[in-house]
Write a protein that binds this ligand. Structure first.
Ligand SMILES: [Zn+2]
Length: 242
């Protein structure tokens, strides 16, 4: 099967699209629909998957889960009505409310990265957990007692300053050897061979494949909940106004 076109990488605000059914497969009591291209975000990069519906004149499929495996996006769920045929044109609708929260939490996570960088901290970004249930970002590094007490308010102030500046969010596709020019921290696991997608908050760039807000003002207000050390990492727990 040909790789699924990942429409959400370029058009990360799109929540409605037409697509063509490539295949319908039964797997472990679940139905999987494969499309030629998708706006549905599969779980990854610390962001949960989208939900939604895929509809044609003949059927309606409820998307419960979306996963990416070896170039293919699996829309996992069940038919509420009818069935699709291979080659059929369908309409995809992403659950906007769920997507919106995930996009806000993901952008807010990288806004913490931006505040950390601007604070002159030499912490190296690690994993992000941008889930609604206790979001946090982790760094290689350590916070001393004073930092644990004082940094939350300082980082929060920087984040909310940028939210008030209404910074536009843009994406760029950049060759791996050029990443260093716009991203201070380039992860070592960037795949070879194809341009890397970089999310830009003004001049701050972070390699990322997730979905984001259109403008940082959409975050409304960010809170830094807690900073704590966890082994060789430091974890910054954050949240946005819900
Ligand atoms: Zn990201």
């Amino acid at each position: 099967m040909k790789s699924t076109e990942l429409i959400y990488l370029e058009n990360f605000r799109q929540t409605e699209a037409e697509a063509t059914v490539v295949d319908i497969v039964e797997e472990d009591d679940k139905t999987i629909v494969y499309l030629d291209g998708t706006i549905f975000y599969p779980q990854g990069g610390g962001q949960p998957y989208d939900k939604g519906t895929i509809e044609s004149t003949n059927g309606k499929f409820i998307v419960d889960e979306v996963r990416y495996l070896e170039g293919l996006v699996k829309h996992i769920g069940s038919f509420e009505k009818g069935q699709f045929a291979k080659g059929e044109k369908v309409k995809c609708l992403v659950d906007v409310e769920r997507r919106e929260l995930h996009s806000r939490l993901h952008s807010a996570g990288h806004l913490v990265d931006m505040a950390v960088e601007e604070s002159g901290l030499e912490w190296i970004p690690g994993k992000g957990f941008h889930f609604p249930d206790g979001p946090y970002v982790e760094y290689e590094g350590n916070a001393d007692d004073v930092q644990r007490n004082e940094l939350p308010a300082k980082l929060e102030e920087i984040c909310n300053k940028h939210i008030a500046e209404s910074i536009e969010v843009e994406v760029k596709f950049v060759a791996k050897d050029k990443l260093k020019e716009i991203c201070k921290n380039v992860p070592t696991n960037i795949p070879e061979g194809k341009p890397t997608r970089v999310v830009m908050f003004g001049t701050f760039g972070v390699p990322c494949g997730g979905t984001h807000v259109e403008n940082l003002k959409d975050l409304k207000h960010e809170i830094i909940r807690k900073i704590k050390n966890d082994g060789t990492s430091v974890r910054v727990a954050y949240d946005v106004d819900r």
